[in-house]
Design a binder for this molecule. Structure first.
Ligand code: ZN
Length: 203
């Protein structure tokens, strides 16, 4: 139950950054004394504020909360540019900067693989099903694909390279759990590995 819902158009909140193209709805509640919160309902950003807030307070808090939500979402679901930065950082940190992909991007058409790498053109794809997983799991999948640029197969030397990443086992356990939960939910997965049950990177 909300006291008053005020739909917001873009020009209402000049300077609000990343939520700009998302519809914003402000809900005022007389039960709220001073707390403010923001969450998503579908595409819409819902900002809940105390009913006694002035127009100026509303504008200031809506702007701050939309920014805060956007930063949180950016941390949780990096963009393609965020993937690129992450890959460069991980390559420097764990692979001596030797693995430099020609491209790395999110894809939604990888039903059975968390990631894939085409060694011949140096391109890497990360499944959008990984959006929202803990950072160490996403980092592991990125590093796994980066390592394929140095070593195509899943042989002992491939895993030797990946040993440098301290969270490999934990991340693999998480992915197995994620795969299992998918299986329990009835998705007929035969077997899922980071880049399929096969032989590692695509040539
Ligand atoms: Zn692999």
């Amino acid at each position: 139950m909300h006291d008053r819902i005020v739909p917001h158009r873009d020009d209402d909140l000049s300077g609000v950054s990343s939520g700009r193209d998302a519809p914003i709805e402000v809900r005022r509640s007389s039960r709220r004394k001073s707390t403010v919160s923001a969450h998503r309902e579908g595409e819409t950003i819902i900002v809940s504020i105390p009913a006694h807030f002035t127009r100026a307070q509303e504008q200031r808090w809506v702007s701050a909360m939309v920014d805060r939500l956007a930063r949180k979402e950016q941390r949780k679901r990096p963009s393609d540019a965020g993937l690129r930065d992450r890959a460069a950082l991980l390559s420097r940190q764990y692979l001596g900067g030797r693995a430099v992909p020609s491209s790395i991007r999110w894809v939604s058409n990888q039903a059975r693989r968390w990631g894939s790498c085409t060694v011949s053109d140096g391109s890497i794809r990360i499944s959008t099903r990984l959006r929202g997983v803990p950072p160490h799991v996403l980092d592991y999948v990125i590093l796994h694909e980066l390592t394929h640029l140095l070593h195509a197969g899943h042989g002992p030397s491939f895993w030797k390279i990946l040993e440098v990443y301290p969270h490999t086992e934990r991340a693999r356990g998480f992915l197995e759990g994620l795969e299992y939960s998918h299986t329990v939910l009835g998705l007929d997965w035969e077997h899922a590995d980071v880049d399929g049950p096969g032989e590692g990177a695509d040539s």
